[in-house]
Structures are given as C-alpha cells and as structure tokens.
Ligand binder design. Structure first.
Ligand SMILES: Cc1cc2nc3c(=O)[nH]c(=O)nc-3n(C[C@H](O)[C@H](O)[C@H](O)COP(=O)(O)OP(=O)(O)OC[C@H]3O[C@@H](n4cnc5c(N)ncnc54)[C@H](O)[C@@H]3O)c2cc1C
Length: 471
C-alpha cells in the first residue's frame, strides 16, 4: 500500500520553466494537492482524514507533443518519476504520484480533426470525452464511446485504462476504436503508428499502450474509428424471473449476430432502482435494451430481441428512458464517504459457462464481510463469449475495523471469488495501485514476468508512473 514518500527533486520547477515556459508549469500548493490523487476511494479517505495522499513536486501542462518530448527527456536524464494525468477519473490510484516528481496533465492538448470519408477522427490525448462526442455529433458522427465518466475523462486516459462505454455491445471498447496512435517513450522519442483499417506489419505494438496506465509512455494523439450518427433508436425492457433466464436470452441474441448498443441486466436488488416505475418488477430481474443504427437493421434486431425474450414480460420504454436520463448521475461516493459509509464498485469479466456461479459467489463473499449492508450487481457489457459483471457494495465498518480495513477485506473477498470462478479481475477499470496485488495471479507468473521485461526494456530507468500496477 502506498504512503507519502519524502523524496524531493531540487530545482525541478526552474528547470522545467526554462524548458517549456512558466505558463505550462506549476508548483502552487493548490495544484500539487489537486494532482495528489485520482478518484480512487482510498485517496478520498485520506483526504477526508486530512492526510495528503502523495504530492508531486511540479505539475506540467504541455500544449504540444514537443513539450511532452522535452519533459520526458528531462525526466529521463534526471531520473525523475513522471505520471501522466488525464481527467483523474481513474478509480484505482493509477495516476497517484506515489514517488513525487512530475505530473504531466495532457488536457491542454485538445485538437480534433475529422476525416469524413475515412470515418476516422484524429484527437490529441487530452481531449475531454463529452466535448469530443458533441463535436462529432454536430458534424453528423458518433464515436459510440460513453463511459459513465464521459464528462470528465480524456482520450489518453481511455486508451491507458482500456475503457469501455455503455454502448459497447455495438461499438466495442476503446481498443476496437483505436487504429492509430502517437506516444512519447523514454528517453524522449515519438512513436507514430499511422492509422489504417488494418495492417499486418509486425506485431501490433500500439496494442502495448492499451491499458498500460502510463507505465510505458505518454499518449499524445490517437486515431479513432467513428460512425455516422445513428438514424434510429429503439428502447426496450423486460422482466425475467431469474438472472440466469435474462443472461440466457442475451447470450442467444448475441449468438444470432444481433448487436444491441446497450444491454443491462440488473439483479433483483438493483432492479428496484431502475424499474421502480414498474410495480410487477419487484422481485424480478430487469433488462434494458437499446438498439440503434440503420433503421432496417435495428428493426431486424428488435425482432430477434423479442423472440429471445419471449418467456419474459415486456415492460416498454420507460425503464430505458429513465436509464438514459440518469446514466451519468454519480454522486454516491462523495455523498456517502463523509458519513462513514464505505461504497465502491468492482467490475470483472467471465465466460458464459461460469457467469451465474461467479455472480453468486462474489455476492456471497461481499455479504459475508462483516459490516456489509448491501451488495448487488448488474451485467453491463456482453460478448458472444461472456459477460462483465459490475458489483456494487456499501457498508459501515464494525468498531474494531477502520474504513480502510473493511475496504481492503471486501476487495480481497471479491478478487478471490473472481479468480476461483475463472474470471478476470478487471474488465475495464484496469489495475492501478489497488489491484496491483492480484495482477500476477490473474496473468500467471510467466506473463507477468514478460510484462516486467517489456517495462524495463522500454523504460530502463523506471521513470514512467513508478510503482503503478506493481510492475
Ligand atoms: C463516476 C465514474 C464512472 C466511470 N465509468 C466508467 C465507465 O463507464 N467505463 C470505463 O471504462 N471506466 C469508467 N470509469 C473509470 C475511468 O473514468 C476510466 O478509467 C477513464 O478511462 C480514465 O480516464 P482519465 O482521463 O480520467 O484518466 P486518469 O484517471 O487521469 O488516468 C488513468 C490512468 O491512465 C494514465 N494516463 C492518463 N492519460 C494518459 C496519457 N495521455 N498517456 C499515458 N497514460 C495516461 C494515468 O497515468 C493513469 O494510470 C469511471 C470512473 C468514474 C469516477
């Protein structure tokens, strides 16, 4: 677990001012404090207790790739840790400047260029998600990437955490959108992977930077696939008797090749929230489906969905409308933490054959941790091969336990249950500093060793996001 390290880097502020200009460098305490954490609940606990998670020495705000090159070169030559920072919405401490040094915030790099005929958008890494989508919509396109953090996360952060959006069943995760990349690696070199629909020119090295969480280089630019803005949208919902019934229906929809943009299956507890307007949904499992795209295709998909949900009760558009309205509301964490209530979310993935067992095991594991008041889940992302479960827990730690003890215990119980049921410990939030202790077990020893070899080959001085992912 990380703690404040005292190491300071003398003269770093003046050096960086000289290199890239005073406007782009800050050592104001308010900035250092703002960049001492991301959205990891542990750092929020610390802040609430008046403890500073981990102060950087300076924060830099590059405006172009050349600025990034200069900063990386400086960090390399002077052995200073460097932490890329996008929106700071990462939930696992991936952007926490554990060893001090330089935080490099990419948000001033925000140019966007659309190549309409090629259906490609070129974006600088600091572009905010909502601004990108709005810009595309005005020109008649969509990226189709809607993480719940859309309003505050960046393109560089999405790639670095392998993010996925709510419309993923149709548009895929960020890895399916990424077809070109620019990244600055130590000791200060630019790698430019040009965009092409597909290329077979050696191993896919740009893939190394997807979910690398800033430990190999700094992403400065991306080329993403875009789509014409959908012509038609259809909202549907159903209630089923059991989670297994709803999962089975969705599995069959995907097997038939239909790709609803949004599918969300809520367990019996969470159905109460999203289907509150449907009285007969009590005690049932609610599913929301949103189809969008070309009207002929969407009508055909609607037909398939109705056939596969024939044993469920259709409940109309209301639940899906309500979800569309509320899907970006995120106030629980800042509201509940100060009251001493510990809450968090944990997402994992699993093949269909093990899905129900994993769900039951994780929910039981969470409920068995002393202090847990509530544990529930929805299935949020789907593939012909399996599913992502998004677990949510809330609890009040018993007297003898600190909130942190309780938090660690419930995370450990969830990770253990996931691993013993053949799941992957993360579907889209990544590893960061929170999941670092389970990464080797999930990947296996030889892959983890291989990852470490890549890290030390690319970043021999270990300046890039030192301490992250446990690598
Ligand atoms: C309320 C809420 C809802 C969320 N919903 C979703 C969701 O629906 N789907 C989802 O996938 N995630 C979700 N997340 C998690 C988070 O938003 C994503 O991980 C997002 O991709 C992080 O982007 P960011 O710009 O905020 O990155 P940051 O938090 O700033 O950084 C994340 C990691 O990427 C590295 N990094 C950032 N920029 C760069 C760069 N340019 N080059 C190299 N490394 C970089 C950082 O060092 C860090 O390790 C949610 C988070 C919150 C708080």
């Amino acid at each position: 677990m990380i703690s404040q390290k005292e190491k300071k880097f003398e003269g770093i502020y003046n050096d960086l001012v000289e290199l890239i200009g005073a406007r782009k460098v800050s050592n104001k305490i308010v900035d250092l404090l703002s960049y001492s954490h991301d959205y990891w609940p542990i750092t929020l606990f610390w802040l609430l207790e008046g403890k500073v998670p981990s102060l950087p020495d300076v924060v830099v705000f590059p405006e172009k790739t050349e600025d990034v090159v200069k900063v990386v070169r400086y960090a390399y030559e002077n052995d200073v840790p460097l932490y890329p920072y996008g929106g700071g919405t990462g939930v696992l401490g991936g952007a926490v400047p554990e060893y001090g040094g330089i935080v490099i915030d990419l948000k001033k790099m925000r140019k966007i260029q659309i190549f309409e005929e090629d259906l490609i958008v070129e974006v600088e890494a600091g572009v905010n998600g909502m601004l990108l989508e709005t810009h595309l919509n005005k020109k008649g396109f969509t990226l189709g990437h809607f993480p719940q953090s859309l309003y505050s996360s960046t393109v560089g952060g999405w790639i670095s955490t392998k993010a996925i959006g709510q419309f993923s069943t149709k548009y895929g995760g960020i890895e399916n959108m990424l077809i070109g990349l620019e990244v600055v690696v130590p000791p200060g070199e630019i790698l430019h992977f040009k965009p092409n629909p597909r290329a077979a020119v050696g191993p896919d090295l740009k893939g190394l930077f997807i979910e690398a969480e800033g430990m190999l280089g700094i992403i400065t630019r991306a080329y993403l696939r875009i789509w014409p803005y959908p012509e038609k949208r259809i909202l549907m919902s159903f209630i089923s008797d059991t989670l297994a019934d709803a999962l089975e229906a969705v599995k069959n929809i995907l097997r038939r090749g239909a790709k609803p943009a949004v599918i969300r299956i809520y367990d019996k507890v969470e159905t109460r929230k999203w289907f509150h307007m449907i009285k007969r949904a009590k005690g049932k499992v609610g599913t929301i489906i949103i189809l969008e795209g070309d009207s002929i295709l969407v009508e055909a998909e609607k037909h398939i969905v109705e056939e596969e949900f024939k044993d469920a009760i259709p409940t109309g558009e209301e639940p899906a409308k309500y979800w569309l309205e509320k899907r970006f509301d995120v106030k629980e964490l800042p509201e509940f933490l100060p009251l001493g209530i510990v809450i968090d979310t944990i997402e994992v993935s699993v093949p269909w054959s093990k899905a129900v067992d994993l769900y039951n095991d994780v929910i039981n594991a969470m409920r068995n941790v002393e202090g847990t008041l509530i544990a529930f889940a929805h299935a949020s992302h789907f593939y012909p091969q399996g599913v992502c479960f998004y677990f949510i827990f809330g609890g009040i730690p018993p007297k003898e336990k600190s909130p942190l003890d309780y938090y660690r215990e419930i995370w450990n119980a969830t990770m253990r249950a996931t691993l013993r049921n053949g799941g992957s410990i993360s579907h889209h939030h990544g590893i960061g500093r929170m999941r670092a202790m389970w990464i080797a077990e999930d990947l296996g020893k030889s892959i983890f060793t291989f990852l470490k070899k890549i890290k030390s080959a690319v970043d021999e001085k270990n300046i890039m996001n030192r301490g992250n992912m446990g690598v």
